[in-house]
Design a protein around this ligand. Sequence first.
Ligand code: IMP
Ligand code: MG
Length: 198
Amino acid sequence: MTPMQEDLDRVLFDEPTILRRLDELARDITAEYEGRELTVIAVLNGSFIFMADLLRRIPLPLKLDCLSVASYYGEAATTGEVVFKQIALPDVAGRHILILDDILDSGVTLAAIRDKLKTERPLSVKICVLLRKLKPRLRPVEADHVGFNIGDEFVVGYGLDYMERYRNLPCIGVLREDKLAQAHRPCSGLTIGEGKVI
Ligand code: IMP
Ligand code: MG
């Protein structure tokens, strides 16, 4: 067992399981967007491995853009603040947009991104997440394509981090309680910031 794996309470999905599910997701997405102008917008950093593995399974002439937002700041609970790190948004006008993200948790991040992109007149905006936590959302947002549903636990690996660590773990697992410096707690007040460094 590697030192990173020792920090896990248990593995939820190993690499072959993830990749088998990506085959299915890719088939669904390919069928849905066949013959349409698809732009995928991946939310960095958490979706980088998911993006690379999923997009190579989609044989469509899609365009790819990345958005960098931050909503966690290295803690295990969201602050409720979403910061867009770049000045210019991807060109989405007149295109079908599929947002790719690692995980739908409180929904604050994806709701902010979806609402922001919708102001740029896309033809459609849908959301694909690798993981969806089964819990109430703080913002009304749902995913159209989901890799796996999970409980309300803090997971790492396959792109997901805890304080920027564990992203390169090939599996997805629940982080051991004693490795979480701060308890995973739901956030309360919501403010959506823009281009602001906090
Ligand atoms: P939100 O609460 O839905 O806005 O999620 C915001 C971001 O928090 C996600 O894109 C992830 O980067 C991060 N996040 C939420 N839950 C987890 C988790 O269980 N492990 C690692 N990152 C998480
Ligand atoms: Mg994160």
